[in-house]
Design a binder for this molecule. Structure first.
Ligand SMILES: Cc1ncc(C[n+]2csc(CCOP(=O)(O)OP(=O)(O)O)c2C)c(N)n1
Ligand SMILES: [Mg+2]
Length: 797
């Protein structure tokens, strides 16, 4: 018996292809004439997924499933959501325009229920894998028991599989016992530039099997399978299976007559095979030859719905790039657009009347009421939009601040987390930590000892059961709160992204903290950017940083990360010098992670803090003497806003030193050394160049818009400093991080920092080498604030 859904799916597949093509055509030919811009296509890329996405969204998917759609299939996605009532005609008409439907599906910028953003290829794919681990984590912790388990699904371009991060994720998934993940490879054998290598699918197949995945190859559609059963059919199958990719593409592009000629040339036997071919018209032959598995609704439904297990499964679906369009198969079709004349032809074949291009049912042959009823019964849409919200986890008024006289911020971080691990704060139960094989070396060990490692299956630490003394207990259990990753930093950030979307994907709030060595942020940077773009919420603690780990190896020094922290949208960056600052910042971060308000910027800092975001902590292994002080509410809010006076300059100040992070002792020492020779010197502690800078630019914009009283935190602080005063800035990182401070009020500024890396030595050696020690600071001060010689300044070598 034929599936009753098939007539509807067949109609809607055509409609979806039409709507997506019209969306692109409209943007390129109609609107671009008006706006004077050329927008680009992706028509062909979209079309190869039209059948698969029709089958998925209108039949196979359940509301609990979550999907990462190949970036260039965005027009198909938007068309489907339009049919389901979640996308507007206005936004489709404005596709790729300002506030229109996005070129690549976007969680944050689109309105139509995007589960995972895509764009930078490879990342959305891996995101589904890590989302599945997070789903397991949520379940294993006993939350949302009533929710059915969803499948995390990626629609993957075949050339997208070139991205290394996918392989890193596959390996990690294997280690973690991955389940409920489907990757559907759009095997159109074309990338952006070219036709892919022969036999690629066999590599994919072997690869996935070796990672424990089930592999389903969807090569021949039902029309082909029927033809193979005809006399001579076997020969046709052999021909198809051995046809090179380039040739198949070229013939597809040329159509029925070309197929006929080629097939008869190669296979014609004046017998069964010839008859098989001749029985078909050109159009039928073209339809037969393009009836690959990925364009055959019955095969797709059968394959997807046959999966009755939770093992990870890859579908290698043969498709045609540009399916159903005149540019099908052409190797140059990636950015290809239908010409107005081609579009008219397509309109005629789709039976869409002029002026009815956006109608949902125009040109379809089934009665509209039936079509509407079918759409209303689509399982995926049973609950409408599928995002969850989660309650905020209460954050205590203050975190316990460790009280050792000398500590590094990294050590303090470990101690604060250890206190949280011991506490019965609800907050502590929602924290999930993770690290790419640097758990112990970033001081997460104490936390992990108390809260355990996560795995779906219990696994005892053998050293412990064998009673071998060890500082660390590595018991794995479903209740554990640390996810130990292999070394790949891309995986760290993609996992943080998935954990940090748990409230929205699975309805349970998690407070993820990832640690890594600061320089390796660069390795995972695109994934970090991706996580921020999706508005995932997490804390990343990066340590050690700068040149302070000097003797361990110059290769691990980080210079540019403070600038990354400033430039990365969605990430508030801090570099505390002292542990009491860190404690304030972490407490604030736990709250900030959970905010999702809108509203005006804060009038004190000019930061848009209601919207929340993620947090980057640049920490250090350098032990420094801790200030003995009470944390007043004012000081705490200054620390969060980005700066406070460690020593306020007097009215006649000649020099202010502004420092960030681990060079605090040098800055303090320098101030002491020049106090006799420069008047009223001041010391500005900067905990967040990022937030100071953002507040400053926001306040300037506000004033430009007429809010004359807008004043940012840094403007208030530096407004107290006489204009003739010189400013020396210093950090263990790139000097540009703080160099802008001179522009705030116009103070002459000399910015010290690190511009080269790789040298080993003691911290003192290197601070001297880069001129960020006390002597370097006072030498800069003497030049920028001329006066009598500073007596403690030694001749610098
Ligand atoms: C990280 C990254 N590099 C490059 C690109 C540019 N790009 C977009 S799609 C694409 C290749 C498309 O090939 P495939 O994945 O097979 O999809 P198809 O075009 O066949 O639909 C490239 C190189 C990108 N989006 N992201
Ligand atoms: Mg491709």
């Amino acid at each position: 018996m034929t599936d009753p859904r098939l007539p509807y799916l067949t109609e809607f597949e055509r409609k979806i292809l039409w709507l997506s093509s019209w969306t692109i055509h409209n943007a390129n030919h109609l609107r671009s004439n008006r706006d004077g811009l050329k927008i680009g296509g992706h028509q062909a890329s979209s079309a190869s997924l039209s059948t698969i996405m029709t089958a998925l969204y209108l039949a196979v998917l359940k509301p609990e499933d979550r999907v990462a759609v190949k970036p260039h299939a965005s027009p198909i996605f938007h068309a489907i959501q339009y049919l389901l009532g979640h996308q507007t005609r206005e936004k489709l008409e404005n596709f790729r325009g300002y506030k229109g439907a996005q070129s690549y599906p976007s969680r944050t910028k689109d309105i139509d229920d995007v589960d995972f953003s895509t764009g930078s290829v490879g990342l959305g794919v891996a995101q589904t894998l890590f989302a599945s681990l997070v789903q397991d984590y949520v379940k294993a912790h006993g939350w949302r028991k009533e929710n059915p388990e969803g499948r995390m699904i990626a629609l993957v371009g075949d050339a997208e599989m070139d991205e290394g991060n996918i392989f890193e994720a596959l390996l990690e998934g294997w280690k973690q016992g991955l389940r409920n993940t489907w990757w559907i490879i759009d095997y159109n054998r074309q990338s952006l530039d070219a036709v892919v290598r022969e036999g690629l699918y066999a590599r994919f197949e072997a690869l996935f099997r070796s990672f424990g995945w089930d592999v389903v190859v969807l090569k021949h559609g039902s029309l082909m399978q029927e033809a193979f059963r005809e006399p001579g059919g076997e020969r046709l199958r052999e021909w198809i299976d051995s046809c090179p990719n380039q040739l198949y593409s070229a013939l597809t592009f040329q159509g029925g007559a070309a197929w006929r000629k080629r097939l008869l040339d190669d296979l014609g036997d004046q017998g069964d095979v010839t008859r098989l071919i001749e029985r078909r018209s050109d159009a039928e032959l073209a339809r037969l030859m393009s009836n690959l598995g990925g364009h055959d609704l019955p095969s797709l439904l059968q394959a997807f719905e046959a999966v009755d297990h939770d093992r990870p499964t890859v579908f290698i679906a043969y498709t045609i790039k540009g399916f159903g369009l005149p540019l099908a198969g052409h190797k140059d079709n990636h950015a290809g657009l239908l010409t107005p004349a081609q579009m008219e032809g397509f309109r005629a074949s789709a039976e869409v009347r002029p002026g009815h291009e956006w109608d949902k049912f125009d040109g379809l042959s089934l009665p509209q009421a039936d079509l509407e009823r079918f759409l209303a019964s689509v399982p995926f849409n049973a609950r409408g939009k599928r995002r969850y919200e989660a309650e905020k986890v209460p954050v205590p008024a203050a975190l316990v601040t460790p009280q050792q006289p000398t500590m590094s911020t990294q050590q303090g971080f470990g101690l604060i987390l250890n206190e949280l691990a011991r506490s019965s704060e609800p907050l502590a139960d929602r924290i999930v930590t993770t690290a790419p094989d640097v758990t112990v070396s970033t001081n997460l060990g104490a936390w992990v000892n108390r809260r355990g490692l996560f795995a779906r299956e219990e696994m005892r630490d053998i050293f412990r059961s064998e009673r071998i003394p060890s500082t660390f207990t590595w018991d794995f259990s479903p209740k554990g709160q640390h996810i130990e990753l292999g070394i790949a930093e891309m995986n760290l950030f993609i996992l943080l992204s998935a954990l940090g979307l748990s409230h929205s994907l699975f309805g349970e709030r998690l407070l993820p903290i990832g640690t890594l060595y600061d320089p390796f942020i660069a390795r995972g940077l695109d994934a970090l950017n991706y996580a921020c773009y999706q508005d995932a919420r997490f804390i990343v603690a990066a340590t050690p940083s700068g040149v302070t780990l000097a003797p361990e190896g110059g290769a691990h020094q980080s210079i540019g990360t403070p600038l990354i922290g400033m430039a990365q949208d969605g990430l508030a960056s801090f570099e505390p010098a002292f542990v009491d600052e860190l404690s304030v910042i972490l407490r604030w971060a736990f709250d900030y992670l959970q905010r999702d308000g809108e509203g005006e910027p804060n009038e004190r800092s000019w930061l848009r803090d209601e919207t929340g975001g993620s947090v980057y902590l640049r920490l250090s292994t350098r032990s420094v003497d801790q200030p003995q002080r009470d944390m007043s509410p004012d000081l705490a809010s200054d620390i969060v806003d980005g700066a406070y006076w460690m020593r306020k300059p007097g009215p006649n100040a000649q020099v202010v030193v502004a420092y960030t992070g681990a060079v605090a002792p040098e800055a303090i020492e320098a101030l002491g050394l020049m106090a006799e020779d420069r008047r009223d010197v001041g010391l500005l502690a900067i905990t967040s160049a990022d937030r100071l800078n953002a507040g400053w630019t926001a306040a300037q914009r506000a004033r430009e818009r007429g809010l004359v009283h807008a004043r940012s935190h840094i403007e208030r602080l530096l407004g107290e400093v006489p204009l003739h005063c010189g400013l020396v800035t210093v950090l263990d990182g790139h000097p540009a991080t703080l160099a802008w401070l001179g522009s705030v009020m116009g103070h002459r500024t000399r910015s010290l920092g690190v511009e080269h890396f790789g040298q080993t030595g003691t911290v003192q050696d290197l601070y001297r080498h880069f001129g960020i020690d006390a002597q370097g600071i006072i030498a800069a001060a003497e030049m920028i604030a001329p006066g009598r010689p500073i007596r403690h300044l030694r001749a610098l070598g």
